[in-house]
Design a protein around this ligand. Structure first.
Ligand SMILES: *[C@@H]1O[C@H](CO)[C@@H](O)[C@H](O)[C@H]1NC(C)=O
Ligand SMILES: *[C@@H]1O[C@H](CO)[C@@H](O)[C@H](O)[C@H]1NC(C)=O
Length: 411
């Protein structure tokens, strides 16, 4: 059942067919995807050569064609309005004043170091950002491949309003992201949003639905980036999709804050393919460039205690015995203390204690269970809240990685 599911609907990525299109992209470090293409297309004894060729193609065309993974056009707002289109910080020159973007409503163009009241505005990337006042929005058309999945990562900072929210949409997907909880002590959270491209050009819209008394109270936006996702399929080695979290949103190379995957994420268009974030609070997606990660290059940090959980529904056969195994560790981000990760498989559960010194490390744990239905919900959460010992305003928590679900032949 799983095998059929695994291969049937798998779209052939643009690796070969569109090798010369502007969207040519080969996901680095995606072994679950890479060798499979090779199996489809070439005989066993040619694999080495094929891979070599692909690597060559990749390195040759990466520079000029990889417009997908990274900032969108003027995604960091370094190109600004003409002086005559600005009145103070307010953009007054009309909807096309900021290059590559279309704006609407009360939009401000903010320079790093600018003061607002007694607050100093700092911009995460480059020198400029935008602020969206009441009902203001910015949008941009992006060329994509129809039918492919994408993740947008953007930086957002709350300013003066208490209940700030952002509605980010790529029709027909949208998500309202509450930003009253800030997870990053810099004041800027890198946030991810996933969508499926319904056409070759999509409109990405970032809107502040707020109606504050002060129209200038609204979130700051910077560094809007895009990444193509290759939703992995379950295999007979792992009934879970993306158990190692290797597929996920774009991580800014210069940001050591990971990426916030906001709550209320369903699995169909998740920026973390295969996984849902159904809880009240977000989880953090971390990379091995900036954090300690138990396996390969990516993992998830459960940063908000019981309010933050990731889940996936696996296909199971009632009466069969399964083993859910996973790594629990810490991200080497000064998140110290006694931690507990609770893992669930349907009604079965295990609590895995982990003593963190905040310097990296992990252990394996496993939960054996008998499936009671054709679908079993796998879920992870952290029992406690934890704060970084070097930064008491930053939530942190245990890391979960390398999640495997296998069925035992003999129960
Ligand atoms: C968010 O924006 C989309 C696109 O404009 C819209 O269809 C949707 O209704 C909005 N959602 C909310 C809750 O405002
Ligand atoms: C990252 O940081 C380096 C060195 O500080 C800088 O040269 C580079 O432009 C930065 N890249 C981005 C995308 O911010």
């Amino acid at each position: 059942m799983v095998t059929k599911h695994a291969y049937k609907a798998k779209p052939l990525p643009p690796l070969i067919h569109n090798a010369f299109s502007p969207f040519f992209h080969l996901p680095p470090f995606s072994p679950h995807y890479y060798p499979k293409i090779a199996e489809f297309l070439i005989p066993e004894n040619m694999k080495g050569r094929f891979l070599f060729l692909s690597v060559l193609l990749y390195s040759t065309f990466h520079v000029s064609f990889s417009i997908i993974d990274g900032l969108v056009a003027n995604g960091n707002f370094e190109l600004g309005p003409k002086a005559s289109d600005l009145k103070g910080t307010v953009v007054v020159g009309g909807s096309k004043s900021i290059p590559e973007w279309e704006i609407s409503g009360f939009v401000e163009y903010i320079k790093s170091g600018q003061k607002q009241g007694d607050m100093l505005l700092v911009v995460p990337e480059g020198a400029y950002a935008v602020r969206l006042g009441n009902e203001a929005s910015i949008k941009q058309n992006i060329k994509v491949l129809k039918g492919m999945y994408y993740s947008i990562t953007f930086m957002v900072a709350r300013t003066c309003a208490q209940e700030e929210r952002i509605n980010i949409s790529v029709t027909p997907d949208w998500g309202v992201i509450p930003i009253q909880t800030l997870y990053t002590s810099s004041g800027w959270d890198p946030i991810a949003f996933g969508f499926k491209a319904e056409s070759e050009t999509v409109e990405m819209l970032i809107h502040n639905p707020g109606k504050e008394e002060d129209p200038a109270c609204g979130p700051l936006i910077d560094s809007v980036a895009l990444r193509t996702l290759y939703p992995p399929r379950p295999t007979n080695q792992n009934l879970l999709k993306n158990g190692g979290f290797e597929e996920g949103p774009y991580v800014f190379p210069n940001s050591s804050w990971g990426v916030i995957i906001p709550p209320n994420i369903e699995d169909d268009h998740s920026p973390l393919p295969g996984w849902m974030v159904e809880s009240l609070k977000a989880v953090r997606y971390i990379d091995s460039e900036h954090f300690s990660v138990p396996q390969a290059t990516r993992a998830v940090e459960l940063i908000a205690g019981k309010e933050s959980a990731i889940a996936q529904v696996a296909r199971t056969i009632p009466g069969k015995t399964y083993v859910l195994s996973f790594s629990v560790g810490d991200a080497s981000n000064s998140c110290e203390g006694s931690m507990i990760v609770e893992a669930f498989a349907g009604k079965d559960t295990i609590k895995v204690p982990y003593e963190s010194k905040g310097k990296g490390g992990f252990k394996r744990a496993a939960l054996k269970f008998v499936a009671v239905g054709p679908r079993t919900r796998i879920m992870f959460l952290s029992t406690f809240y934890t704060m970084r010992s070097d930064d008491f305003s930053s939530l942190c928590g245990p890391v979960v990685d390398d999640v495997k679900l296998i069925s035992l032949r003999k129960p």
